[in-house]
Design a protein. Structure first.
Length: 137
């Protein structure tokens, strides 16, 4: 078993009266839906990315649950684009593992851009509150 990495987005709908234009919440089996979660990204065994997130955004080294904002995601994207080209050397003793990371690299960059768009779009909508959370286990 290896490292499982999840980035999820959550959208919270305030109740009526909290915001100016709040709409009635949708009902599910008679209960108000106050939020929903979407899986933005899921990767396995990308230790460099995991360690970068913990080193730069976690409150403690043992905190594998981190809330990320747009500037954080943009910072990770820059790291991702700068860091992964260094894995292209075939003579590296870890080349096979590095090739797996390279295979993920384009996907991670694409998904980070989508997560930034998710947060930016939802934050522009004053009727909802959003956040992105990283969980590594």
């Amino acid at each position: 078993m290896g490292l499982e990495m999840y980035f999820s987005g959550e959208v919270f709908f305030p109740s009526l009266g909290v915001t100016k234009n709040a709409k009635p919440r949708t009902l599910y089996q008679g209960f108000e839906v106050s939020s929903y979660s979407v899986e933005l990204m899921h990767y396995r065994n990308n230790w460099p990315l995991h360690n970068y997130i913990l080193d730069n955004f976690a409150e403690s080294p043992d905190d594998c649950k981190v809330e990320l904002l747009v500037p954080d995601l943009e910072n990770i994207l820059v790291y991702q684009d700068d860091f992964f080209p260094s894995f292209r050397k075939p003579y590296d003793k870890n080349f096979e593992h590095n090739r797996d990371l390279l295979d993920q690299s384009d996907m991670v960059s694409r998904d980070l851009k989508k997560a930034i768009k998710f947060l930016s779009t939802e934050q522009a909508n004053k009727e909802t509150w959003t956040h992105v959370q990283y969980i590594g286990s």
